[in-house]
Design a protein around this ligand. Structure first.
Ligand SMILES: [Zn+2]
Length: 165
């Protein structure tokens, strides 16, 4: 991506931190898909730009295409790994919409039959979860070992040729 990155904003950004490297299971030139450190349901992952972009509406045509392609690949990998064809997607832009980490991120949540009492209950969980990704200890975070196991599995699925878009 060619646009200037706001370095001030990215200093304290969890998605700009090298800490997330162990969570990456899929990458393209400008985007990556990471496993959520505090998943609301098994498979809960995030598609994020490599650089500190904050706005979906400011992506140009090429970036949009790359973003949607890697999202589709991420969905294929997660649905394969979690043995389902059901998933939710969610993107919040601006605090008024519930965005709490300003680095652009799209949630992918694979879904299973009866995984929640009502299928729509996932959204409040995702929204609450945003606060808990890094700084908040209220929601249980995966251990390093748990993260390693799931990311290894997803990387192996991602390596299958049929996962490519
Ligand atoms: Zn960032």
């Amino acid at each position: 991506m060619t646009k200037e990155v706001n370095n001030q904003a990215s200093i304290s950004c969890p998605f700009c931190s090298p800490d997330i490297n162990d969570c990456i299971f899929l990458e393209s030139e400008n985007f990556k898909v990471i496993y959520n450190i505090a998943p609301v349901l098994p498979g809960h992952s995030l598609v994020i730009p490599v650089n500190h972009f904050t706005s979906f509406v400011e992506l140009d045509e090429e970036q949009l295409l790359e973003f949607m392609q890697i999202t589709q690949e991420g969905i294929r990998i997660l649905c394969n790994a979690f043995n389902t064809d059901a998933f939710d997607l969610s993107l919040q832009e601006k605090p008024e919409a519930g965005q709490t980490i300003e680095h652009l991120h799209l949630h992918i949540v694979p879904r299973l039959k009866n995984d929640l009492p009502r299928p729509g209950d996932w959204y409040p969980l995702v929204h609450k979860n945003d606060d808990n990704i890094i700084e908040n200890e209220k929601r249980r975070r995966l251990s390093d070992k748990e993260m390693e196991i799931i990311v290894d599995k997803l990387r192996a699925v991602a390596a299958k040729p049929e996962m490519r878009v």
